[in-house]
Design a binder for this molecule. Sequence first.
Ligand code: NDP
Ligand code: HSE
Length: 443
Amino acid sequence: MIEYRNLRVALLGAGSVGAQVAHQLLTHRDELAARIGAGIELAGVAVRSLDAPRDTEIPRELLTTDAESLITGADIVVELMGGLEPARTLILQALSSGADVITANKALLATHGPELFEAAEQVGAQLYYEAAVGGAIPIIRPLRDSLAGDRVTRIMGIVNGTTNFILDRMDAHGESMEEALATATALGYAEADPTADVGGYDAAQKAAILASLAFHTLVPADAVYREGITEVTLEQVVAARKAGYVVKLLAICERLTDPATGVDGVSARVHPALIPLTHPLAAVHGANNAVFVEAEAAGPLMFYGAGAGGIQTASAVLGDVVSAARRHVAGGPGVAESTHADLPVLPISAIMTRYQIALLVADEPGVLAHVAALFQSHGVSVETVQQSVAAVDPLSGAEAPSAATLVIGTHEASEADLAATVAALTTSSVVHSVTSVLRVEGL
Ligand code: NDP
Ligand code: HSE
Protein backbone atom coordinates (compact mmCIF):
# COMPACT_ATOMS: atom_id res chain seq x y z
CA MET A 1 0.00 0.00 0.00
CA ILE A 2 1.29 3.50 -0.86
CA GLU A 3 2.05 5.48 2.30
CA TYR A 4 0.29 8.86 2.40
CA ARG A 5 1.29 11.73 4.66
CA ASN A 6 -0.85 12.63 7.69
CA LEU A 7 -3.71 15.01 6.88
CA ARG A 8 -4.01 18.11 9.05
CA VAL A 9 -7.50 18.89 10.33
CA ALA A 10 -8.33 22.32 11.78
CA LEU A 11 -11.47 22.37 13.92
CA LEU A 12 -13.30 25.68 14.37
CA GLY A 13 -15.56 25.43 17.42
CA ALA A 14 -15.72 23.04 20.37
CA GLY A 15 -19.31 23.48 21.51
CA SER A 16 -22.04 20.81 21.55
CA VAL A 17 -20.96 19.34 18.21
CA GLY A 18 -17.31 20.44 17.95
CA ALA A 19 -16.28 18.95 21.32
CA GLN A 20 -17.66 15.56 20.24
CA VAL A 21 -15.89 15.77 16.88
CA ALA A 22 -12.59 16.55 18.63
CA HIS A 23 -13.11 13.61 20.97
CA GLN A 24 -13.79 11.18 18.12
CA LEU A 25 -10.84 12.42 16.06
CA LEU A 26 -8.52 11.93 19.04
CA THR A 27 -9.84 8.59 20.28
CA HIS A 28 -10.55 6.87 16.94
CA ARG A 29 -7.36 7.95 15.16
CA ASP A 30 -6.17 4.50 14.20
CA GLU A 31 -9.51 3.25 12.99
CA LEU A 32 -10.06 6.40 10.93
CA ALA A 33 -6.56 6.11 9.45
CA ALA A 34 -7.29 2.51 8.43
CA ARG A 35 -10.52 3.56 6.73
CA ILE A 36 -8.94 6.51 4.96
CA GLY A 37 -5.53 5.16 4.04
CA ALA A 38 -3.84 8.15 5.70
CA GLY A 39 -3.45 9.43 9.23
CA ILE A 40 -5.59 12.26 10.54
CA GLU A 41 -3.89 14.81 12.76
CA LEU A 42 -6.04 17.24 14.75
CA ALA A 43 -3.90 20.35 14.29
CA GLY A 44 -5.87 22.52 16.69
CA VAL A 45 -9.28 23.66 17.88
CA ALA A 46 -10.34 27.31 17.61
CA VAL A 47 -12.66 28.60 20.35
CA ARG A 48 -13.81 31.94 21.72
CA SER A 49 -12.67 31.31 25.27
CA LEU A 50 -9.82 28.97 26.24
CA ASP A 51 -11.37 28.48 29.68
CA ALA A 52 -14.97 27.72 28.72
CA PRO A 53 -16.22 24.35 30.04
CA ARG A 54 -16.23 21.58 27.40
CA ASP A 55 -18.41 18.49 27.03
CA THR A 56 -15.30 16.38 26.35
CA GLU A 57 -11.70 16.77 27.40
CA ILE A 58 -9.58 18.52 24.78
CA PRO A 59 -5.81 18.86 25.45
CA ARG A 60 -5.15 22.46 26.40
CA GLU A 61 -2.30 22.78 23.85
CA LEU A 62 -4.75 22.14 20.99
CA LEU A 63 -7.02 25.06 21.93
CA THR A 64 -6.49 28.46 20.33
CA THR A 65 -8.39 31.69 19.87
CA ASP A 66 -6.55 32.39 16.61
CA ALA A 67 -8.75 30.62 14.05
CA GLU A 68 -7.09 32.37 11.08
CA SER A 69 -3.61 31.04 11.87
CA LEU A 70 -4.99 27.58 12.61
CA ILE A 71 -6.45 27.33 9.11
CA THR A 72 -3.10 28.04 7.45
CA GLY A 73 -1.63 24.78 6.20
CA ALA A 74 -4.70 22.67 7.03
CA ASP A 75 -5.87 20.03 4.53
CA ILE A 76 -9.36 19.90 6.00
CA VAL A 77 -11.17 22.64 7.94
CA VAL A 78 -14.22 21.72 10.02
CA GLU A 79 -16.41 24.74 10.80
CA LEU A 80 -18.65 24.19 13.86
CA MET A 81 -18.81 27.72 15.20
CA GLY A 82 -22.22 28.58 13.83
CA GLY A 83 -23.42 32.06 12.79
CA LEU A 84 -22.62 33.94 9.60
CA GLU A 85 -19.40 35.72 10.62
CA PRO A 86 -16.57 34.99 11.12
CA ALA A 87 -17.59 31.53 9.81
CA ARG A 88 -18.07 32.79 6.22
CA THR A 89 -14.73 34.63 6.07
CA LEU A 90 -12.83 31.73 7.62
CA ILE A 91 -14.40 29.20 5.23
CA LEU A 92 -13.55 31.40 2.22
CA GLN A 93 -10.00 31.69 3.51
CA ALA A 94 -9.76 27.92 3.94
CA LEU A 95 -11.19 27.17 0.49
CA SER A 96 -8.97 29.71 -1.26
CA SER A 97 -5.96 27.96 0.24
CA GLY A 98 -7.18 24.67 -1.31
CA ALA A 99 -8.43 23.04 1.90
CA ASP A 100 -11.65 21.01 1.85
CA VAL A 101 -14.24 22.41 4.25
CA ILE A 102 -16.88 20.66 6.32
CA THR A 103 -19.68 22.62 7.94
CA ALA A 104 -22.93 21.95 9.80
CA ASN A 105 -23.94 25.59 9.44
CA LYS A 106 -27.31 25.61 7.67
CA ALA A 107 -27.84 29.33 8.28
CA LEU A 108 -24.55 30.12 6.51
CA LEU A 109 -25.22 27.71 3.61
CA ALA A 110 -28.74 29.01 3.07
CA THR A 111 -27.48 32.61 3.05
CA HIS A 112 -24.04 32.43 1.40
CA GLY A 113 -24.05 28.95 -0.18
CA PRO A 114 -23.46 30.06 -3.80
CA GLU A 115 -20.45 32.21 -2.83
CA LEU A 116 -18.92 29.34 -0.84
CA PHE A 117 -19.54 26.69 -3.53
CA GLU A 118 -18.10 29.03 -6.17
CA ALA A 119 -14.96 29.56 -4.05
CA ALA A 120 -14.56 25.78 -3.67
CA GLU A 121 -15.01 25.15 -7.40
CA GLN A 122 -12.43 27.75 -8.37
CA VAL A 123 -9.64 25.87 -6.62
CA GLY A 124 -11.00 22.32 -7.04
CA ALA A 125 -11.74 21.98 -3.32
CA GLN A 126 -14.98 20.60 -1.89
CA LEU A 127 -17.50 21.83 0.66
CA TYR A 128 -19.22 19.05 2.64
CA TYR A 129 -22.35 19.64 4.75
CA GLU A 130 -24.03 16.34 5.70
CA ALA A 131 -24.73 17.59 9.25
CA ALA A 132 -26.47 20.79 8.11
CA VAL A 133 -29.82 19.01 7.59
CA GLY A 134 -31.24 16.27 9.79
CA GLY A 135 -28.32 16.04 12.27
CA ALA A 136 -27.18 12.40 12.24
CA ILE A 137 -29.49 11.37 9.38
CA PRO A 138 -27.71 10.70 6.10
CA ILE A 139 -29.76 12.81 3.68
CA ILE A 140 -27.31 15.10 1.85
CA ARG A 141 -25.14 12.28 0.50
CA PRO A 142 -28.15 10.19 -0.66
CA LEU A 143 -29.52 13.21 -2.55
CA ARG A 144 -26.15 14.23 -3.91
CA ASP A 145 -24.70 10.81 -4.77
CA SER A 146 -27.06 7.85 -4.40
CA LEU A 147 -29.93 9.56 -6.26
CA ALA A 148 -27.70 11.47 -8.70
CA GLY A 149 -28.88 9.24 -11.56
CA ASP A 150 -32.55 9.51 -10.67
CA ARG A 151 -34.99 12.42 -10.79
CA VAL A 152 -36.26 13.59 -7.38
CA THR A 153 -39.83 14.84 -7.61
CA ARG A 154 -40.75 15.62 -4.02
CA ILE A 155 -39.32 15.86 -0.52
CA MET A 156 -41.52 16.08 2.56
CA GLY A 157 -39.91 16.10 5.97
CA ILE A 158 -39.81 16.99 9.62
CA VAL A 159 -36.48 18.82 9.74
CA ASN A 160 -36.73 20.77 12.99
CA GLY A 161 -36.51 18.80 16.21
CA THR A 162 -37.55 21.59 18.58
CA THR A 163 -40.89 22.27 16.88
CA ASN A 164 -41.61 18.56 16.49
CA PHE A 165 -40.97 18.16 20.21
CA ILE A 166 -43.35 21.06 21.02
CA LEU A 167 -46.17 19.82 18.75
CA ASP A 168 -45.70 16.29 20.10
CA ARG A 169 -46.06 17.55 23.71
CA MET A 170 -49.24 19.42 22.77
CA ASP A 171 -50.63 16.28 21.13
CA ALA A 172 -49.55 13.66 23.67
CA HIS A 173 -49.72 15.66 26.92
CA GLY A 174 -52.29 18.36 26.16
CA GLU A 175 -49.77 21.13 26.90
CA SER A 176 -50.33 24.61 25.49
CA MET A 177 -47.77 26.06 23.08
CA GLU A 178 -46.23 28.10 25.94
CA GLU A 179 -46.03 25.09 28.28
CA ALA A 180 -44.53 22.86 25.58
CA LEU A 181 -41.92 25.51 24.70
CA ALA A 182 -41.00 25.81 28.39
CA THR A 183 -40.55 22.02 28.54
CA ALA A 184 -38.39 22.10 25.40
CA THR A 185 -36.24 24.84 26.94
CA ALA A 186 -35.92 23.02 30.28
CA LEU A 187 -34.77 19.85 28.49
CA GLY A 188 -32.23 21.81 26.42
CA TYR A 189 -33.91 21.29 23.03
CA ALA A 190 -34.88 24.91 22.39
CA GLU A 191 -32.35 27.73 22.26
CA ALA A 192 -32.59 30.63 24.72
CA ASP A 193 -34.00 32.54 21.73
CA PRO A 194 -36.23 29.93 20.05
CA THR A 195 -37.35 32.26 17.20
CA ALA A 196 -35.39 30.40 14.51
CA ASP A 197 -37.10 27.15 15.47
CA VAL A 198 -40.70 28.18 16.27
CA GLY A 199 -40.73 30.81 13.51
CA GLY A 200 -39.83 28.15 10.93
CA TYR A 201 -36.59 29.91 9.88
CA ASP A 202 -34.34 26.93 10.73
CA ALA A 203 -36.63 24.58 8.78
CA ALA A 204 -36.76 27.03 5.84
CA GLN A 205 -32.95 27.12 5.68
CA LYS A 206 -32.90 23.32 5.60
CA ALA A 207 -35.65 23.27 2.94
CA ALA A 208 -33.56 25.64 0.80
CA ILE A 209 -30.55 23.32 1.09
CA LEU A 210 -32.59 20.19 0.27
CA ALA A 211 -34.46 21.78 -2.67
CA SER A 212 -31.26 23.19 -4.20
CA LEU A 213 -29.57 19.82 -4.03
CA ALA A 214 -32.53 17.70 -5.12
CA PHE A 215 -33.60 19.87 -8.05
CA HIS A 216 -30.14 21.03 -9.26
CA THR A 217 -31.41 24.58 -8.90
CA LEU A 218 -30.38 27.39 -6.60
CA VAL A 219 -33.22 27.88 -4.09
CA PRO A 220 -32.35 30.73 -1.69
CA ALA A 221 -33.77 30.61 1.85
CA ASP A 222 -35.83 33.75 1.23
CA ALA A 223 -37.59 32.01 -1.68
CA VAL A 224 -38.93 29.37 0.73
CA TYR A 225 -42.52 30.08 1.83
CA ARG A 226 -42.48 30.03 5.63
CA GLU A 227 -45.01 29.82 8.43
CA GLY A 228 -43.86 28.81 11.91
CA ILE A 229 -45.87 27.08 14.62
CA THR A 230 -46.60 30.15 16.75
CA GLU A 231 -50.24 30.34 15.59
CA VAL A 232 -50.96 26.63 16.20
CA THR A 233 -53.43 26.25 19.09
CA LEU A 234 -54.05 23.36 21.45
CA GLU A 235 -57.66 23.35 20.16
CA GLN A 236 -56.39 22.68 16.62
CA VAL A 237 -54.12 19.86 17.82
CA VAL A 238 -56.93 18.24 19.85
CA ALA A 239 -59.44 18.59 17.00
CA ALA A 240 -56.89 17.16 14.56
CA ARG A 241 -56.41 14.00 16.64
CA LYS A 242 -60.18 13.49 16.98
CA ALA A 243 -60.43 13.68 13.19
CA GLY A 244 -57.56 11.18 12.68
CA TYR A 245 -54.73 13.64 12.05
CA VAL A 246 -51.70 15.08 13.79
CA VAL A 247 -50.25 18.59 13.30
CA LYS A 248 -46.58 18.64 12.17
CA LEU A 249 -44.29 21.40 10.94
CA LEU A 250 -43.39 20.15 7.46
CA ALA A 251 -40.78 21.20 4.93
CA ILE A 252 -42.04 20.36 1.44
CA CYS A 253 -39.95 20.75 -1.72
CA GLU A 254 -41.46 19.70 -5.03
CA ARG A 255 -41.32 19.98 -8.78
CA LEU A 256 -44.59 21.34 -10.09
CA THR A 257 -46.33 23.27 -12.83
CA ASP A 258 -47.94 26.58 -11.91
CA PRO A 259 -51.65 26.02 -12.74
CA ALA A 260 -52.11 29.73 -13.50
CA THR A 261 -49.17 30.17 -15.90
CA GLY A 262 -48.24 26.66 -17.03
CA VAL A 263 -44.62 27.34 -15.98
CA ASP A 264 -42.65 24.28 -14.82
CA GLY A 265 -40.58 24.95 -11.74
CA VAL A 266 -39.89 24.04 -8.16
CA SER A 267 -41.41 25.08 -4.88
CA ALA A 268 -40.18 24.97 -1.30
CA ARG A 269 -42.41 25.67 1.69
CA VAL A 270 -42.44 25.27 5.46
CA HIS A 271 -45.70 25.36 7.40
CA PRO A 272 -47.75 23.43 9.93
CA ALA A 273 -49.94 20.80 8.28
CA LEU A 274 -52.31 17.98 9.16
CA ILE A 275 -51.08 14.52 8.31
CA PRO A 276 -53.09 11.32 8.81
CA LEU A 277 -52.25 9.34 11.95
CA THR A 278 -51.51 6.37 9.68
CA HIS A 279 -48.75 8.27 7.79
CA PRO A 280 -45.16 7.28 8.78
CA LEU A 281 -44.33 10.94 9.57
CA ALA A 282 -47.08 10.89 12.24
CA ALA A 283 -44.95 8.39 14.17
CA VAL A 284 -41.98 10.79 14.37
CA HIS A 285 -42.02 11.79 18.03
CA GLY A 286 -39.98 14.05 20.29
CA ALA A 287 -37.04 15.89 18.73
CA ASN A 288 -36.54 13.30 15.97
CA ASN A 289 -36.47 14.19 12.28
CA ALA A 290 -37.60 12.27 9.21
CA VAL A 291 -37.41 13.03 5.51
CA PHE A 292 -39.54 11.40 2.81
CA VAL A 293 -37.99 11.53 -0.66
CA GLU A 294 -39.87 10.56 -3.81
CA ALA A 295 -37.86 9.90 -6.95
CA GLU A 296 -39.10 8.79 -10.37
CA ALA A 297 -37.27 5.47 -10.48
CA ALA A 298 -36.56 4.78 -6.80
CA GLY A 299 -40.11 5.56 -5.63
CA PRO A 300 -40.64 6.66 -2.01
CA LEU A 301 -37.70 6.53 0.43
CA MET A 302 -37.69 7.52 4.09
CA PHE A 303 -34.76 8.69 6.21
CA TYR A 304 -35.33 8.83 9.97
CA GLY A 305 -33.32 9.50 13.13
CA ALA A 306 -31.82 12.05 15.50
CA GLY A 307 -32.08 15.50 13.92
CA ALA A 308 -29.82 17.18 16.48
CA GLY A 309 -27.58 16.53 19.48
CA GLY A 310 -23.83 16.95 19.84
CA ILE A 311 -22.66 13.36 19.49
CA GLN A 312 -25.32 12.44 16.92
CA THR A 313 -24.45 15.41 14.70
CA ALA A 314 -20.73 14.63 15.15
CA SER A 315 -21.38 11.29 13.41
CA ALA A 316 -22.39 13.12 10.21
CA VAL A 317 -19.42 15.51 10.52
CA LEU A 318 -16.99 12.60 10.94
CA GLY A 319 -18.42 10.93 7.83
CA ASP A 320 -17.61 14.10 5.92
CA VAL A 321 -14.09 14.17 7.39
CA VAL A 322 -13.52 10.63 6.09
CA SER A 323 -14.93 11.56 2.64
CA ALA A 324 -12.75 14.66 2.41
CA ALA A 325 -9.66 12.75 3.56
CA ARG A 326 -10.27 9.95 1.05
CA ARG A 327 -10.60 12.56 -1.69
CA HIS A 328 -7.22 14.01 -0.72
CA VAL A 329 -5.64 10.58 -0.88
CA ALA A 330 -7.29 9.75 -4.23
CA GLY A 331 -6.47 13.20 -5.69
CA GLY A 332 -8.39 15.15 -8.33
CA PRO A 333 -10.77 18.08 -8.01
CA GLY A 334 -13.79 18.15 -5.70
CA VAL A 335 -17.30 17.59 -7.02
CA ALA A 336 -18.89 20.94 -7.79
CA GLU A 337 -22.42 21.75 -6.63
CA SER A 338 -24.87 21.11 -9.46
CA THR A 339 -27.31 23.89 -10.35
CA HIS A 340 -27.55 23.03 -14.06
CA ALA A 341 -31.37 22.68 -14.13
CA ASP A 342 -31.82 26.31 -13.04
CA LEU A 343 -35.61 25.94 -12.71
CA PRO A 344 -37.78 28.89 -11.67
CA VAL A 345 -38.74 28.93 -7.99
CA LEU A 346 -42.54 29.23 -8.02
CA PRO A 347 -44.57 31.24 -5.50
CA ILE A 348 -46.81 29.61 -2.88
CA SER A 349 -49.86 30.45 -5.03
CA ALA A 350 -48.70 27.73 -7.48
CA ILE A 351 -49.01 24.78 -5.11
CA MET A 352 -51.92 22.35 -5.09
CA THR A 353 -52.93 20.61 -1.88
CA ARG A 354 -55.90 19.74 0.32
CA TYR A 355 -57.18 21.94 3.13
CA GLN A 356 -59.23 21.71 6.27
CA ILE A 357 -61.15 24.83 7.22
CA ALA A 358 -63.11 25.30 10.45
CA LEU A 359 -65.82 27.96 10.57
CA LEU A 360 -68.15 29.30 13.21
CA VAL A 361 -71.44 29.95 11.41
CA ALA A 362 -75.02 30.94 12.19
CA ASP A 363 -77.02 27.77 12.94
CA GLU A 364 -79.83 28.63 10.53
CA PRO A 365 -81.49 27.07 7.45
CA GLY A 366 -79.60 27.69 4.19
CA VAL A 367 -76.23 28.45 5.79
CA LEU A 368 -74.60 25.21 4.66
CA ALA A 369 -75.78 25.77 1.10
CA HIS A 370 -74.48 29.36 1.20
CA VAL A 371 -71.05 28.23 2.43
CA ALA A 372 -70.91 25.41 -0.14
CA ALA A 373 -71.73 27.90 -2.89
CA LEU A 374 -68.79 30.10 -1.83
CA PHE A 375 -66.41 27.16 -2.20
CA GLN A 376 -67.94 26.25 -5.56
CA SER A 377 -67.73 29.79 -6.93
CA HIS A 378 -63.96 29.84 -6.27
CA GLY A 379 -63.36 26.45 -7.88
CA VAL A 380 -62.64 24.62 -4.61
CA SER A 381 -64.27 21.20 -4.39
CA VAL A 382 -65.57 20.14 -0.96
CA GLU A 383 -64.81 16.54 0.06
CA THR A 384 -66.09 16.32 3.64
CA VAL A 385 -68.31 18.42 5.93
CA GLN A 386 -68.79 17.93 9.65
CA GLN A 387 -71.18 20.05 11.69
CA SER A 388 -71.48 20.34 15.45
CA VAL A 389 -73.26 22.75 17.77
CA ALA A 390 -70.83 25.37 19.09
CA ALA A 391 -71.06 26.75 22.63
CA VAL A 392 -68.24 29.30 22.32
CA ASP A 393 -66.22 31.02 19.62
CA PRO A 394 -62.83 29.21 19.78
CA LEU A 395 -61.04 32.39 18.69
CA SER A 396 -62.50 34.86 21.22
CA GLY A 397 -63.75 32.44 23.87
CA ALA A 398 -67.06 34.39 23.84
CA GLU A 399 -70.39 32.56 24.14
CA ALA A 400 -71.84 31.74 20.73
CA PRO A 401 -75.61 31.16 20.98
CA SER A 402 -77.31 29.72 17.87
CA ALA A 403 -73.93 28.98 16.30
CA ALA A 404 -72.50 25.86 14.73
CA THR A 405 -68.99 24.72 13.88
CA LEU A 406 -68.42 23.54 10.33
CA VAL A 407 -65.25 21.61 9.53
CA ILE A 408 -64.80 21.40 5.77
CA GLY A 409 -62.24 19.18 4.06
CA THR A 410 -61.44 20.00 0.44
CA HIS A 411 -60.22 18.02 -2.52
CA GLU A 412 -56.92 19.20 -3.98
CA ALA A 413 -57.17 22.91 -4.74
CA SER A 414 -54.75 25.65 -5.71
CA GLU A 415 -53.43 27.85 -2.93
CA ALA A 416 -54.66 30.89 -4.84
CA ASP A 417 -58.25 29.54 -5.09
CA LEU A 418 -58.21 28.54 -1.42
CA ALA A 419 -57.01 31.99 -0.36
CA ALA A 420 -59.83 33.61 -2.38
CA THR A 421 -62.37 31.24 -0.78
CA VAL A 422 -61.15 32.05 2.74
CA ALA A 423 -61.31 35.79 1.97
CA ALA A 424 -64.93 35.38 0.81
CA LEU A 425 -65.82 33.31 3.89
CA THR A 426 -64.33 35.95 6.17
CA THR A 427 -66.65 38.63 4.80
CA SER A 428 -69.74 36.43 4.45
CA SER A 429 -72.77 37.48 6.50
CA VAL A 430 -73.46 33.88 7.68
CA VAL A 431 -69.89 33.19 8.85
CA HIS A 432 -69.07 34.49 12.35
CA SER A 433 -65.39 33.57 12.07
CA VAL A 434 -62.91 31.38 10.20
CA THR A 435 -61.34 29.62 13.20
CA SER A 436 -58.74 27.41 11.51
CA VAL A 437 -57.18 26.89 8.07
CA LEU A 438 -54.66 24.07 7.78
CA ARG A 439 -53.17 22.34 4.77
CA VAL A 440 -53.56 18.55 4.70
CA GLU A 441 -50.59 16.52 3.44
CA GLY A 442 -49.76 12.85 3.08
CA LEU A 443 -53.17 11.56 1.94
P1 NDP B 1 -22.19 25.84 20.12
O1 NDP B 1 -22.72 27.21 20.32
O2 NDP B 1 -22.42 24.82 21.16
O3 NDP B 1 -20.60 25.93 19.90
C1 NDP B 1 -19.98 26.94 19.13
C2 NDP B 1 -18.48 26.82 19.29
O4 NDP B 1 -17.86 27.74 18.42
C3 NDP B 1 -17.98 27.12 20.70
O5 NDP B 1 -16.93 26.25 21.04
C4 NDP B 1 -17.43 28.56 20.59
O6 NDP B 1 -16.35 28.82 21.43
C5 NDP B 1 -16.95 28.55 19.16
N1 NDP B 1 -17.00 29.89 18.56
C6 NDP B 1 -18.09 30.66 18.34
N2 NDP B 1 -17.73 31.83 17.78
C7 NDP B 1 -16.39 31.79 17.67
C8 NDP B 1 -15.43 32.71 17.18
N3 NDP B 1 -15.78 33.90 16.69
N4 NDP B 1 -14.12 32.33 17.20
C9 NDP B 1 -13.74 31.13 17.69
N5 NDP B 1 -14.61 30.22 18.17
C10 NDP B 1 -15.92 30.56 18.15
O7 NDP B 1 -22.73 25.36 18.70
P2 NDP B 1 -23.17 23.89 18.26
O8 NDP B 1 -22.05 22.96 18.48
O9 NDP B 1 -24.49 23.57 18.82
O10 NDP B 1 -23.42 24.11 16.69
C11 NDP B 1 -22.34 24.24 15.79
C12 NDP B 1 -22.92 24.26 14.37
O11 NDP B 1 -23.56 23.03 14.13
C13 NDP B 1 -23.95 25.35 14.11
O12 NDP B 1 -23.81 25.83 12.80
C14 NDP B 1 -25.28 24.61 14.27
O13 NDP B 1 -26.33 25.19 13.51
C15 NDP B 1 -24.90 23.27 13.69
N6 NDP B 1 -25.74 22.17 14.16
C16 NDP B 1 -25.88 21.95 15.50
C17 NDP B 1 -26.64 20.90 15.95
C18 NDP B 1 -26.80 20.63 17.40
O14 NDP B 1 -27.52 19.68 17.75
N7 NDP B 1 -26.18 21.38 18.29
C19 NDP B 1 -27.33 20.00 15.00
C20 NDP B 1 -27.07 20.28 13.62
C21 NDP B 1 -26.31 21.34 13.23
P3 NDP B 1 -16.51 28.82 23.05
O15 NDP B 1 -16.81 27.40 23.42
O16 NDP B 1 -15.20 29.26 23.57
O17 NDP B 1 -17.66 29.74 23.34
N1 HSE C 1 -32.50 23.83 16.29
C1 HSE C 1 -32.39 22.70 15.42
C2 HSE C 1 -33.57 21.76 15.67
C3 HSE C 1 -31.07 21.98 15.67
O1 HSE C 1 -34.31 21.93 16.65
O2 HSE C 1 -33.78 20.87 14.85
C4 HSE C 1 -30.68 21.03 14.58
O3 HSE C 1 -30.45 21.66 13.35
